[in-house]
Design a protein around this ligand. Structure first.
Ligand code: AMP
Length: 190
């Protein structure tokens, strides 16, 4: 199996790139944000809970998110590997993912981070908010809170994966094709 964590702040292009790479490498793409939004749309208990956090740009509590992630992986027992997009976002999520995969005899092969300056991210998110219908993309205060969550809880994961020699930074500014190419160069060597 090839298991990849696609990492980076909101608006870095993780979803766009995961959509391309999943076809190229025959991997299952799991976006925790997408799974939450699906649950919100279908008004499930999980969706109602998640919405109260997501609408403010806050992270959903770890326990709920970790259980949901495990269920998504288990739904795809025969997968060739996974692209994790938007997970892990905290150290306890990272540890839970490692333990969970270890029990299956699997591991994360690499964390690939899309590096994009903040000003570019804000422009991209506000622009996406015009068509995405996502309340958390439409308000600059919510976007800034998402960055704050990223800086305080998520960015440290770089060191968690660096310690395991699994961290790869990639320039996330450029055309979609250029960035896929950069990511592919890393994935081909994992
Ligand atoms: P995303 O689509 O990845 O930008 O995620 C949108 C929102 O979903 C985030 O701002 C969080 O509220 C929630 N979310 C997604 N993934 C996670 C996660 N791994 N841990 C906690 N909250 C998450």
């Amino acid at each position: 199996m090839k298991n990849i964590v696609l990492f980076g702040p909101p608006g870095a292009g993780k979803g766009t790139q995961a959509d391309i790479l999943k076809h190229k490498y025959n991997l299952i793409h799991i976006s925790t944000g997408d799974v939450f939004r699906y649950n919100i749309k279908n008004e499930t208990d999980l969706g109602i809970l998640a919405k109260s956090y997501m609408d403010h740009g806050d992270l959903v509590p770890d326990e709920v998110t970790i259980d949901m992630l495990k269920a998504e992986v288990n739904k795809n027992a025969n997968a060739n590997g996974f692209i994790f997009d938007g997970f892990p976002r905290t150290e306890s999520q990272a540890k839970a993912l490692d333990d969970f995969l270890l029990k299956k005899g699997e591991t994360i092969n690499g964390m690939i981070a899309l590096e994009v300056p903040d000003e570019v991210l804000i422009k991209r998110l506000l622009n996406r908010g015009l068509t995405s219908g996502r309340p958390d993309d439409q308000d600059e205060n919510k976007i800034r809170n998402r960055f704050k969550e990223y800086q305080t809880k998520t960015a440290i994961l770089q060191y968690y994966f660096q310690e395991q020699n699994k961290y790869y930074g990639v320039n996330g500014v450029g055309s979609i094709d250029e960035i896929s190419e950069r990511l592919s160069n890393v994935i081909n060597n994992l």
